[in-house]
Design a protein around this ligand. Structure first.
Ligand code: TYD
Length: 204
């Protein structure tokens, strides 16, 4: 029995965290929720480091820390849950690294892919939901600033997600996030239910 691996992606303030919580609620006991970076004791420590604007990090150092947290999460949480046949919902996964570090920070999507293939053993999501929001609208939403919140970076990340969707449209579903959270949730849940009902290996 294999489960279903669902990831939510989007620029900062696109509402992923709210939507992850609503989705987990709707799926009930069958589902396991994780967030990136984090989700394990080591990963949460790495998260604190990454989110602290006072900690100076090179783009390479940043990319490797995200990958390190992900490696731990895949081995300790995601693979075991999938092996039990559960639905794993992750608030961000490797596409965040491809978009933020690979594209927006300029490290190159291929280099980041290589590092992450090593980190995850090649584990890919069955379904990835892009909460699509214009960067200008996202900037007007309230929230805490961290090292990733500069407007220019968010525009680059937004464009990078567009390229990722175009390159692998089978795995991705684009969802308009500039709506009431309940409406967005409706589409998120519908996409996950459709993927669960599809035969194995045909989530898209
Ligand atoms: P977080 O508070 O989780 O933001 P959000 O709720 O928007 O997901 O902070 C995570 C930040 O880290 C976010 O700005 C995106 C960034 N990030 C990367 O740059 N690369 C990655 O691989 C991941 C997982 C996150």
């Amino acid at each position: 029995m294999t489960g279903l691996f669902v990831t939510l992606e989007g620029i900062d303030r696109s509402g992923k965290t709210t939507q992850t919580a609503l989705l987990l609620d709707a799926l009930g006991d069958d589902a396991v929720g994780v967030r990136e970076p984090g989700g394990t004791p080591a990963g949460e420590r790495v998260r604190d480091l990454l989110k602290d604007p006072a900690v100076k990090l090179s783009p390479e150092g940043e990319a490797l820390l995200f990958a390190a947290a992900r490696a731990q999460l895949v081995r300790d949480v995601i693979r075991p849950a999938l092996a039990e046949g559960r639905v794993v919902v992750s608030d961000r996964y490797l596409d965040s690294s491809l978009a933020y570090q690979g594209s927006a920070r300029g490290l190159g999507v291929e280099a980041i892919e290589a590092v992450n293939t090593f980190a995850t053993g090649g584990l890919q999501p069955d379904l990835t939901l892009l909460l699509d929001l214009d960067p200008a609208v996202a900037a007007s939403r309230a929230g805490e600033e961290d090292r990733f919140e500069q407007a220019g970076l968010q525009r680059k990340v937004h464009a990078a997600y567009g390229e990722l969707v175009a390159a692998d449209s089978r795995r991705w579903r684009r969802i308009d996030a500039d709506r009431d959270p309940a409406e967005v949730h409706h589409d998120v849940l519908a996409a996950v239910r459709a993927a669960r009902e599809a035969p194995a290996g045909a989530a898209g």
